[in-house]
Design a protein around this ligand. Sequence first.
Ligand code: 5GP
Ligand code: MN
Length: 327
Amino acid sequence: MFQELLNKIIQASNIALFPHKNPDGDALGSTFAFKEILESLGKRAFVVFEDDEMSPILNSVVGSENNIPCDDYDLFVAIDSANTDRISKKSDLFFSKGVESTIVIDHHFHSNTKFGGLNFVKDAPACGEVMYNIAQEWGVSITPSMATNMYLAIVFDTINFSISNVTPSTLIAGAELLKLGADMDKVQLQFKLKSPSQIRLRNVLFENSTIKDGLAHTYCTLNELDISGATAGDCEGLVNEFAYIQGIKVAMLFRKLHDGEFKVSLRSNSDKFDVNAFAAIFGGGGHVRAAGCTILDVDFFETMAKFVDGARVWLDNDGDLSKVNGL
Ligand code: 5GP
Ligand code: MN
């Protein structure tokens, strides 16, 4: 599998890399690490995204400051996306030379739809760990900047190596990346720092929250985002705070992205409540304990009520999803 991936790369010259929409630390760290891996093999690699999809995390990703896309690609790689809806707004470009010229590298082992010409989908808690394995298998010498980006990717998706799908291999990867020069201080600062607008947003979310009988849910409207001075990226990670309130089994965060589009983030703190399976009923996906959905063209509050009703049925039936209806 590693060799098959390498063979496809070897045949290409100009490679376009696509992190997912509203990219998080894992998508950005993995994509920029892979860019450097490809460059070390003598390839030209470019990260493709829309400026308005960017999060503040980008500024801390090594190499992102030199990202100048070109327009003559012969291979297209989606990174950290479980399905085509997750690729950035440039998804037309992704398929512009047909599916045969596409590769998917991902860690959503249970929900990836394998939409590429070659699908390299591994079961790992972060795409950053998959990138580490690729570099190792290919005999690429991991530079401090690759190590920093991979480490950042793993830290963000595993909430600092703390979630249940972290394995001994993940911890070993973290340790090896530190040995190879990953800038832990920089990554941890980026992971832990919150902007003043994020703190204001956090207050709004706690203000808007309902915390009751094992379920926590909250929301923010576009107006509230605006008043907080927050960007969509500032919402990253805030849902986790609700999942770790005593007695809470499932937390849901609803946020408007644009008129006619909103995002749901779901977290659970036990395998009994598989939010990937719950999200799938509503057209989303992810992992057992962290999942999401993007919802289009419906009333925000009405739809939120449907999710909350569904989650209540789910909790009352102790994780049995058979009685839960979608939208
Ligand atoms: P977050 O809530 O942090 O945005 O996303 C948590 C996880 O849920 C992500 O790692 C990803 O696996 C999944 N996810 C988030 N948004 C979507 C979505 O719109 N569709 C699907 N299928 N999965 C999503
Ligand atoms: Mn990820």
